[in-house]
Write a protein that binds this ligand. Sequence first.
Ligand code: ATP
Ligand code: MG
Length: 265
Amino acid sequence: MTLVTTEQAPPDVAAAAHTAPSPVRIKVEGLSKRFDKVLAVDAIDFAVPAGSFTALLGGNGAGKTTTIAMLLGLVQPSAGRIEILGHDLARAPHAALRAMNFQSPYADLPRRLTVRQNLNVYGRLYGVRHIRERIDELAAALDLKTLLDRPLGELSAGQRTRAGIAKAFINTPSVILLDEPTASLDPDTADWVRTYLAQYARDANATFLIASHNMQEVERLCDQVLMMRFGRIVDRGSPKELLIRYGRTNLEDVFLDVARDRRAP
Ligand SMILES: Nc1ncnc2c1ncn2[C@@H]1O[C@H](COP(=O)(O)OP(=O)(O)OP(=O)(O)O)[C@@H](O)[C@H]1O
Ligand SMILES: [Mg+2]
């Protein structure tokens, strides 16, 4: 691989390196989901560039989990289009899903298997070559070493979440979807996990979509925030842009403004 630094490159190449937008890794157009009488997701559009974090924020029932489940092919959309890494999810699901991974309450891990056995099974499903080494790497990064040989069903909620997060990285994915990844974690463990996510995004130029109710997490990690209400994206921007738009000093107040339909001035 040839590395060209901007110092060595001619001026036009250097300018392009600074201005070229990152390629879009997740593209969603007119996506909707109706469950009988409930319109859970209502014609949403968004794009997530490579190497960035996007947060889905919104109250209970806003449509975050349903959106993630559609992106994973676990829930069939009622309308709209999903493109992941340039592949149309409806037409080429395997090409898209191979390079993705996730942690979601929609898909619990088998509880009779140990953490190691679970990671082994998923590693094989994704065709991971050096599974043992990959499991050891993840166990070290996510502080899971002492839990590897315990059955998942015996673990606490937070310990199971950590195992689920390790599973989400087993195939070194380039697109990762996480549904409230730190909700059941103590502050110390949550910090380990956030540090790992940020480092992974940098190292692998990976793309993250995260549903979260933790505003500090969103402020720390995310480049783009999609504010959801009743299935719609009612506002969007970087955490900084939203703070300025709503005249607030923290995202929690922005969240309350949106949840209570106090629109940005
Ligand atoms: N399988 C289902 N069948 C019927 N309705 C559903 C189903 N899944 C979700 N819904 C409804 O769709 C809406 C959106 O739910 P969703 O789980 O996407 O919300 P959420 O934003 O993830 O909320 P939370 O913050 O509570 O996790 C809710 O009104 C919910 O009741
Ligand atoms: Mg949810």
